[in-house]
Ligand binder design. Structure first.
Ligand code: GTP
Length: 182
């Protein structure tokens, strides 16, 4: 089967770890320094159910509650990773506004999304519980994951699960069997 090309945008407040998650996923390393992103595009091929997916991962600039949703991320993007830091209430509030704007701009009631609570290694500084994250993802009918880019915990799961969500939205995977029928 020829590879399927899928474009994914990673969005969230500043400094939540969007670049760190992208670099950990694509290059398998963690960079401790902080360098604000304008935009970076990474590519990586993953295989799910004998199908190759060429992922184009767009690491976007930090968004805040006043940012206008960048129109270039509303078209030709198959799915979204919305990231907050479990240590930052502000970043949790910002993913809510991003999700609202995303539905508004796409005019859809449901978009494939993985909600990610990053920086689980900083558990002493946790301000958002896993339950709060899960509840928000349930409201959105999205997948929820907590990760640590630093410890490489659950990072590749983000992308595997998002591709599965994209395939479900395209009708290529039945919700019940979780098995590819394409
Ligand atoms: N402890 C810990 N630090 C992290 C983790 N992920 C990222 N960081 C740190 O958080 C800071 C910001 O990380 P980035 O990946 O640059 O964050 P970003 O969301 O891409 O930031 P912007 O480009 O400003 O939007 C850096 O100092 C990272 O090293 C994590 O899982 N654990």
């Amino acid at each position: 089967m020829p590879p399927k090309q899928r474009k994914i945008a990673i969005m969230g407040y500043r400094s939540v770890g969007k670049s760190s998650l992208s670099i950990q996923f694509v290059e398998g390393q963690f960079v401790d320094s902080y360098d604000p992103t304008i935009e970076n595009i990474f590519t990586k091929t993953i295989r799910i159910n004998s199908q190759d997916y060429e992922l184009k991962v767009v690491d976007t600039a930090g968004h805040d509650e006043y940012s206008i949703f960048p129109s270039q991320y509303s078209i030709n993007v198959h799915g979204y990773v919305l990231v907050y830091s479990i240590t930052s209430l502000k970043s949790f509030e910002v993913v809510k506004t991003i999700h609202e704007k995303l539905l508004d701009i796409t005019g859809k009631s449901h978009v494939p999304v993985v909600l990610v609570g990053n920086k689980t290694d900083l558990h002493m500084e946790r301000t958002i519980t896993a339950d709060e994250g899960k509840r928000l993802a349930d409201e959105w009918r999205a997948i929820f994951l907590e990760t640590s880019a630093k410890q490489n915990a659950s990072v590749s799961d983000i992308f595997q699960l998002l591709v599965t969500e994209i395939e479900k939205a395209d009708g290529n995977i039945s919700e019940k069997s979780n098995c590819s029928i394409s």
